[in-house]
Design a protein. Structure first.
Ligand code: ZN
Length: 191
């Protein structure tokens, strides 16, 4: 008799605790942070990132981009903190500013249920929504894992940040590409 096949996990990597909505939030937050790191980033580029991550009407203005860049500048220090205490302190400073009660929303059935901590499900400014949702995400990761929630890529010349959801040894690179590049470089250096 054939055994029933278990559903495929959302992500194939082993030892990943963050799946589904949380992984979606991790990917969106990381992409936004790294896209916003470019001082020349345009509203169209941000709109494209938001659309890629499931936002249905992600109209973005130049003012939104300026405010999102400020928000990214406040989130990045959480990921560059070198101790868990400091990362937690920085997350708390972000959450204290959000100051809206967490609530579940499905936008009248248009989305699956997810947590909002911004001032309005539909009308909150993009930067406020970004800061509040990323702050909540980083708080959840710290409480779940009791370790640094992310970092800056260790590859030479790469300044991209990552959010770490893997168990096991601490993640060091933003991507497989950077990890491979560094491994090849180290191999060559050994001759
Ligand atoms: Zn990298």
């Amino acid at each position: 008799m054939p055994t029933p096949t278990a559903p495929e996990p959302a992500r194939p990597e082993p030892h990943v605790i963050a799946v589904g909505a949380i992984q979606g939030l991790v990917d969106r937050t990381t992409d936004l942070l790294n896209t916003l790191a470019d001082p020349e980033v345009t509203p169209d580029e941000i709109t494209a990132v938001l659309r890629e991550h499931g936002e249905t009407d992600p109209a973005t203005t130049a003012e939104d981009v300026a405010d999102l860049r400020t928000a990214a500048g406040e989130l990045r220090p959480v990921l560059t903190a070198d101790s868990l205490d400091l990362a937690a302190e920085r997350v708390n400073a972000l959450l204290a500013r959000a100051a809206h009660p967490p609530r579940l929303s499905n936008h009248g059935g248009a989305f699956t249920w997810h947590i909002h901590v911004d001032s309005d499900d539909e009308e909150a400014p993009l930067a406020e929504w970004f800061l509040a949702s990323a702050g909540m995400l980083l708080a959840l990761l710290i409480s779940d894992r009791q370790r640094l929630p992310g970092g800056v890529c260790a590859a030479r010349g790469c300044e991209r940040v990552f959010i770490d959801t893997a168990h096991g040894s601490r993640r060091r690179y933003c991507s497989r590409r950077c990890a491979t590049r560094e491994r090849v470089a180290a191999h060559r250096a050994r001759g």
